[in-house]
Design a protein around this ligand. Structure first.
Ligand code: PEP
Length: 256
């Protein structure tokens, strides 16, 4: 069976402040686990978070929540991959549902940002997921999710970067489960993860075997153990519960 190191992402979104960040990040940084742990603080605190993990000689990595997808230049308000790399940071989230819905990032924009990140040397947590309407009314989950991932694959092919799938971790996050307290059932999650894994075989069997597929959407200590047991769930992307060590560390400990 393929070995995929369990992966836990903590997405702080637009939360915390200097004091709460300085309290939370060292606790996560010092927590012993075999899992890969990556935390994504608000952009203003990326340098602080990076220096805390470094000061603790921690395996924990830091991620930006977004990048501009442009080079350095006249893009007021934006942070480029170059800035993230200059901060010593190796990861970025891309395509989070809040970026897609609130900030109108299309599949093509997310694909272009993914190409930019990979070209410049960042690793990417690539988010995808269907809305409640798309799953429960239109019955189109597989089409929506593979469409989102397919747009990225098409852009990688055009940029000759198909080998960079090794730098991508997929986060499957049903929109109706994000921040709602409604988790997908283990079966719903596993079924969609398997559909994603099957779609990855159309790239190659080795990409399908090696790519971590995380589940995200109201993950908590109460549901993480059962989700973690599923064959195609290789970790979690955690929003709300990553803001408190008391809630986040038990999720990290569900690593299989
Ligand atoms: C997320 O935003 O990636 C997420 C999964 O949020 P929550 O855990 O709060 O549902």
């Amino acid at each position: 069976a393929p070995t995929r190191t369990f992966f836990i992402g903590g997405n702080f979104k637009s939360n915390l402040n200097k004091d709460s960040l300085k309290e939370l990040v060292p606790v996560i940084a010092k927590h012993q686990t075999a899992a890969d742990v990556v935390i994504a603080p608000p952009a203003l605190y990326l340098l602080e978070a990076q220096s805390i993990v470094e000061a603790n000689n921690s395996k924990v990595k830091v991620a930006a929540q977004n990048i501009s997808g442009k080079s350095l230049g006249a893009y007021t308000g934006e942070i480029a991959a170059e800035h993230v790399l200059d901060a010593g940071i190796e990861w970025t989230l891309l395509g989070h549902s809040e970026r897609r819905s609130i900030y109108c990032e299309s599949d093509e924009v997310v694909a272009a940002k993914t190409v930019d990140a990979l070209q410049k040397g960042l690793s990417v947590i690539l988010c995808c997921g269907e809305t409640e309407h798309q799953r429960f009314v239109e019955n189109r989950t597989k089409e929506v999710v593979t469409g989102q991932l397919g747009a990225v694959h098409k852009a990688l092919e055009a940029a000759n970067l198909v080998d960079k799938w090794s730098k991508i971790v997929i986060a499957y996050e049903p929109v109706w489960a994000i921040g709602t307290g409604k988790t997908a059932s283990t079966q719903q999650a596993q079924d969609t993860h398997l559909e994603i894994r099957n779609w990855l075989t159309t790239i190659s069997q080795s990409v399908a075997d090696a790519t971590r597929i995380l589940y995200g959407g109201s993950v908590s200590a109460a549901n993480s153990d059962e989700l973690a047991k599923q064959a195609d769930i290789d970790g979690f992307l955690v929003g709300g519960a990553s803001l408190s060590a008391q809630k986040f560390l038990p999720i990290i400990d569900s690593a299989k």
